[in-house]
Ligand binder design. Sequence first.
Ligand code: MTE
Length: 315
Amino acid sequence: MLIKRKKGWELPESMATPEAVFFNRRKLLLGIGAAGLALGAARFARAEVAPELYPAKRNPSFTLDRDITAEKVATTYNNFYEFGPHKQIANAAQKLTIQPWQVKIDGMVAKEITIDAEDLIRKMPVEERLYRHRCVEAWSMAVPWTGFPLKALLAFAEPQSGAKYVRMETFQRPAEAGGQRQFWYPWPYTEGLTMEEASNDLAFIAIGVYGKPLPKQMGAPLRLAVPWKYGFKSVKSIVRFTFTDQRPKTFWEALGPTEYGFWANVNPEVPHPRWSQATEEVIGTGKRVPTLLYNGYGEFVADLYKDKSGEKLFM
Ligand code: MTE
């Protein structure tokens, strides 16, 4: 995303089926008795967990007003600053190690835990949803995400009643992600939602796309998808969910507070300080279409903001 460099920052379907299948098959294979075979089976069984989730059953509540973006287009035009400040980061992102992947859930929760991403995913109600995605740079796409509602993760985390926000953080591994060696960025990439936003039906954790596990460049193994907000809110490759009573300072807010805010709800009538948000280019089509308030998801989310008139909701 284009940002004006400023001195301040210039320098410095559910767990039951896969688990049952996993354990039964494992028992059977172990019963064969050959150590070598059993070892191979364990490895095979682990790799088998994810394929069983795909393709997940599509949830018909989330429909599109446009064609799904071609897979090749969506998987080769990406924003992932950890791998560079341009769109052709797909190759560089392959350096990211995603197995094993630990996710920490901490802060104001009943009990802090660190859990393997696969174990977490197996506990979640996985489904497919068709979502629009509108980047603050005025381009958009429409993709079939596989994943689970963020509110299922909230139920698992058991936040304390005083928690007001969930803060989400991307990995920090400069050895794998060359962009993180650019020290003037406030790594790790951080985003946040209010608890009301995170509990909204639309807030989704994507683990796959196009009926397959997420490619690394799109934020494997798990990323946020909040389609009523500008794309930068949809933080990729999450390693930590922290529940807090303090509004998190986000990556883009730290970089350009006059251009990128905490709320970042899509609104065609509120221009970015340096460009209009009235229309968007649908990537892969060469067409521009009018941008919609809340990216067309007002019926799901407008109520979240009815008592927030003093806030800059659209940047
Ligand atoms: N998450 C991290 N960790 N790093 C990033 O640079 N870019 C954001 C968002 N999530 C970004 C990120 C922006 S600006 C957009 S538009 C989307 O990811 C792009 O997602 P896509 O590459 O899957 O289209």
